[in-house]
Design a protein around this ligand. Structure first.
Ligand code: MN3
Length: 200
């Protein structure tokens, strides 16, 4: 049976300062993400899950327990979130810019739409930019640790970008001010990575 491993952050813990602080990244990665990883492995073992990849599990997640759905989602979503950010100033590629302009009208409109969605997640969840099966861009929210790869997702697609809007993602620095965290997030998006995902 596959054993899922917690990877190191793809950058230093202080790489996203001042937008996302070092202490938050330590707690978020070393505690929260690690717990999802540990509990996902424990649930896979307890339930004799024989699927090899998270993707295979997500595509069949309705057949599994809530532990598999929650911890598997928590494990995968966080890795995808870390890899959606970096400390450099990156720019989206032409192909992605064109698609964003076509779908949202402009980059500024996309940002407004994104921020509105992320602010509107009730309780804990995630806001995603996805490419649906027709190749169209969409912003979607998922509750808890669900994601758009899961068979239970209302709107499915290939994830391109994500923001974690669970309180643990921002509370140390921003307390209850989620909109400030959402604003700050725009400074640390790895647009090169998002463009790469879009073109694949
Ligand atoms: Mn989180």
């Amino acid at each position: 049976m596959a054993k899922f491993e917690l990877k190191e952050l793809p950058y230093a813990y202080n790489a996203l300062e001042p937008y996302i602080d070092e202490e938050t990244l330590h707690v978020h990665h070393d505690k929260h993400h690690k717990t999802y990883c540990d509990k996902f492995n424990a649930a896979c073992e307890a339930e004799n899950v024989s699927y090899g990849t998270e993707l295979e599990i997500f595509q069949n997640v309705s057949k599994f327990s809530m532990a598999i759905r929650n911890h598997g989602g928590g494990f995968w979503n966080h890795q995808f979130y870390w890899e959606s950010m970096n400390g450099g100033n990156t720019k989206p590629g032409d192909e992605l810019v064109n698609a964003i302009n076509e779908t949202f009208g402009s980059m500024d409109n996309f940002k407004d739409e994104w921020a509105k969605n992320a602010a509107a997640v009730f309780g804990s969840g995630w806001t995603w930019l996805i490419k649906d099966s027709t190749g169209k861009l969409k912003i979607v929210n998922t509750p808890n640790q669900d994601n758009p790869l899961m068979d239970i997702a209302k709107e499915k697609g290939t994830p391109l970008l994500v923001i974690d809007v669970w309180e643990h993602a921002y509370y140390i620095k921003y307390q209850n001010r989620r909109p400030e965290y959402i604003d700050a997030f725009f400074n640390v998006i790895d647009w090169e990575k998002v463009s790469e995902r879009f073109s694949q």
